[in-house]
Design a protein. Structure first.
Length: 477
């Protein structure tokens, strides 16, 4: 018996110390709902005793990936033009290892974006970091590179945003850009390509895929411009899809029970303020002054077309032809801004008419992903407007404005009976996880926040553009 107890003790020591057990960790893998919802996570951030440590960091928008006693994230140092993957000690915040990613070119990125936007992933044996400037790199837990698969830079002046996800020994990467969009599965141990599915109709979007375990089958759920598609995890075959999404998609879908939820919004997709490109013949008559059947940049005056010229010019020949114009015009024509509840059942093909349970078109965010918990769907859009819907019906439960104004790029998370919202300006607001509106606390960090808070056991990790913070109640580990 003593020998058996000793063996059990040694086995427990070697188990991963994350509350998620041996499951892989990646961006939004839990939909913002951690495994241990009852953990005593702090609900305010102005108590000095709750701050366990603050670790200064180079900038980056990637959300911390916590596995066991390590935290993995990516950074960008603009002065040195240096991309790096880091492992920090969960208990102290100290850097365990830092690996610079060699690259000849830093991808273009949005003025509020970052070339270190995709979040790292970990399966307990390896760490995976993706940079649009360079590709996907795999490290062991000591920071030794195992393999690298070059990708990028892509045809997209806003950069990349989608993070790698893990399932059944595979690394899934989705990249939707102005041209050559795809979703690919790589063998986790070697980086070998298992399958690659082209997405010829996709245009730029930045949503991370989610893995849907349906019992007898696992599917990759990918929200892109105009539609949400499901791919078979083993083969990469597209199985079903639902149309009615925005022309640019950034939020990650989530689920509750047998229902998927996806919220998408982009300028020009609201019913009362739609953008229309108009017909090619009208555009050519207006702008094609030399009658070469192309519209060049120099022929355009300032406006919507000139602003979007790069993404419309698919072959990058500095001229828009009929095919390029009509492709982009169709995207605007078919785009819709809404949050959809989707129940696909066992159907295949286009399920738009049969699978959409309900839709709601107000208060839909551009970047922040929805949170669903306890039959409440939470959304926060720019301006700090929080919308609560009944998840089963789409009925509006409540709408309120947070004290933190400005843009919201981080997604809400829940734990301990509360929901956490972080604004770009650095204000973190905690509200009660219930139908009635109740603000618990609000704290201004004075540092911009783009990364989503990470909750792991009794800790909450907040990444700003300057540092990573670890909060826990005093005496907790």
């Amino acid at each position: 018996m003593r020998l058996l107890n000793s063996l059990l003790f040694l086995m427990l020591l070697n188990l991963p110390q994350s509350g998620r057990g041996a499951e892989p960790r990646f961006f939004r893998d839990d939909g913002g709902v951690p495994a241990d919802l009852a953990a005593p996570v702090p609900d305010r951030f102005d108590r000095s005793g709750d701050l366990q440590w603050r670790q200064p960091l180079d900038s980056g928008h990637s959300t911390p990936c916590v596995y066991g006693n390590r935290i993995y994230l990516t950074t960008y140092n603009a002065e040195r033009r240096e991309l790096a993957t880091l492992a920090l000690d969960r208990g102290t915040g100290e850097t365990v290892w830092r690996r610079v990613v060699p690259t000849d070119r830093i991808e273009p990125f949005h003025n509020v974006g970052s070339p270190a936007a995709p979040s790292a992933a970990c399966d307990g044996q390896r760490v995976y970091a993706f940079f649009g400037s360079q590709g996907l790199t795999c490290y062991d837990l000591d920071g030794n590179q195992i393999w690298n698969v070059p990708m990028g830079p892509f045809q997209d002046e806003f950069g990349t945003g989608s993070s790698p996800v893990l399932a059944d020994g595979k690394v899934i990467v989705a990249q939707d850009h102005d041209a050559n969009s795809f979703v690919i599965a790589l063998e986790a141990t070697t980086g070998k390509e298992l399958w690659k599915t082209e997405r010829p109709n996709a245009v730029r979007s930045y949503s991370t895929p989610m893995i849907w375990d349906r019992g007898d089958q696992k599917q990759i759920i990918l929200a892109g411009a105009l539609d949400l598609s499901a791919y078979d995890l083993e083969t990469g075959k597209r199985q079903w899809w639902v149309t009615g999404l925005a022309r640019i998609v950034i939020p990650v879908p989530t689920r509750e029970g047998d229902t998927l939820f996806v919220s998408t919004w982009a300028p020009g997709g609201d019913s009362g303020s739609r953008i229309s490109m108009g017909a090619w013949d009208d555009a050519a008559n207006r702008w094609d002054r030399n009658r070469d059947e192309k519209i060049s940049k120099s022929e355009l005056e300032p406006g919507e077309v000139l602003t979007r010229f790069f993404r419309m010019d698919l072959n990058q020949d500095n001229g828009l032809d009929r095919k390029e114009w009509e492709r982009h015009a169709a995207v605007f024509e078919n785009a819709r801004n809404a949050v959809l509840a989707i129940r696909p059942g066992s159907g295949t093909g286009d399920l738009t008419r049969s699978a959409v349970v309900w839709e709601y078109s107000r208060g839909v965010p551009y970047v922040s992903s929805p949170l669903v918990h306890g039959n409440i769907l939470y959304m926060v859009k720019d301006g700090g407007i929080v919308t609560k819907l009944e998840a089963s019906t789409g009925k509006l439960l409540h709408q309120e404005r947070l004290s933190g104004l400005g843009n919201y790029y981080a997604s809400p998370v829940t734990a301990g009976g509360n929901v956490y919202f972080a604004s770009e300006q650095g204000v973190v607001t905690v509200v009660r996880d219930q139908v009635e509106w109740e603000i618990i606390s609000s704290h201004d960090f004075g540092e911009r926040i783009y990364a989503t808070p990470t909750i792991d056991r009794d800790r909450i990790f907040l990444r700003t553009e300057k540092a990573l913070y670890s909060f826990a109640h005093p005496g907790k580990s």
